[in-house]
Design a protein around this ligand. Structure first.
Ligand SMILES: NC(=O)c1ccc[n+]([C@@H]2O[C@H](COP(=O)([O-])OP(=O)(O)OC[C@H]3O[C@@H](n4cnc5c(N)ncnc54)[C@H](OP(=O)(O)O)[C@@H]3O)[C@@H](O)[C@H]2O)c1
Length: 279
């Protein structure tokens, strides 16, 4: 099971996220893949991620028989406003050139010659899209056109920004990766646009952004019904409403439990309750 974008490329149903793992990144990626995760998310942004250590794990996995072809690799271009002094590109270069340099550096970190998905970490502007956003998107589109990444996407995007990209870009995104708050109907407006345009929606911080959901008596009862935890109910809910969830766990038991969520199916009434839980 997985999701397929409008360009016919598929992504596994669940992703392992590598933010904030620091020096544990290599071991955790090894553990996650051994637990069964087939899709890895990272970024060329040392403040939050260690792409080089993800690459070290990939080398070890290849030596153990899990080659590049068995994994879906996604990384991001992070603009200057999301970087510290350790930028993986020339700060004075044009933003289009920064994308190129960051991409090449990602391939070197990850010991690969192509990506499955390359994502703009976030637009430069909060309202609408500015000239830098269009220049960055054009550079990302050209990487796609050259076949160097199978999908392209955007993260931390509003519905209005996504609508603009879908309307004006030569290649609209195939991936959206957003923080998903129950209080906003689990990012309903952006998810609906994604559904309309054949874009795969990835939801992150499903647990950490929704701590109040863990206290809801109905979701606790649902978890008991299926003999599982609230975290797993949230991930299962995400999949059933058409999202690819990311998990950021560092716990090997949680990795295994999270991957078992396809063992139960929530009813339409349960889905409806969770979808409107914080609204
Ligand atoms: N594009 C962006 O701007 C952006 C921003 C943030 C994150 N992300 C991506 O999304 C990924 C996930 O983000 P996140 O870490 O905030 O996600 P998360 O999965 O909502 O939160 C992980 C936290 O929940 C805890 N947790 C408790 N029970 C769990 C269970 N059964 N399964 C999983 N976690 C459980 C984890 O603790 P334990 O370790 O003890 O399990 C950990 O502290 C990141 O690694 C990154 O790849 C992207």
């Amino acid at each position: 099971m997985g999701m397929t974008a409008y360009n016919g490329v598929s992504i596994p149903a669940f992703m392992y996220g590598t933010a904030w793992k620091k020096e544990a990144t290599t071991d955790l990626v090894l553990e996650a893949v051994k637990a069964g995760f087939k899709a890895i998310d990272t970024a060329n942004q040392l403040i939050h991620y260690d792409e080089g250590r993800v690459g070290e794990a990939l080398v070890l996995l290849a030596q153990q028989g899990v080659g590049r072809e068995h994994l879906f690799l996604q990384t991001k271009f992070t603009p200057l406003n999301g970087q510290d002094h350790r930028t993986p590109y020339d700060r004075t270069a044009s933003v289009g050139m920064q994308v190129r340099q960051s991409f090449e550096s990602s391939l070197a970190h990850l010991h690969t010659d192509h990506l499955d998905s390359y994502v703009l970490h976030g637009p430069y502007y909060r309202g609408g899209l500015g000239p830098e956003d269009w220049e960055v998107w054009a550079a990302i589109e050209s990487l796609y056109a050259e076949g160097r990444t199978k999908m392209i996407g955007v993260s931390n995007v509003s519905a209005a920004q996504l609508a603009l990209l879908c309307e004006r870009a030569a290649h609209r995104p195939m991936i959206v990766q957003n923080r998903c708050y129950a209080a906003f109907g689990w990012d309903r407006a952006v998810r609906e646009l994604c559904r309309t345009h054949g874009i795969v929606y990835q939801g992150f911080s499903l647990l950490t952004a929704n701590r109040e959901v863990f206290l809801d008596p109905t979701i606790r009862a649902i978890a008991e019904t299926y003999n599982t935890g609230v975290a797993q109910v949230i991930f299962r809910f995400a999949m059933q409403i058409g999202m690819v969830p990311l998990t950021g766990t560092s716990n090997s038991r949680h990795m295994v439990e999270d991957l078992q969520v396809d063992r139960f199916t929530l009813t339409p009434v349960e889905l409806e309750h969770i979808e409107t839980i914080g609204v």
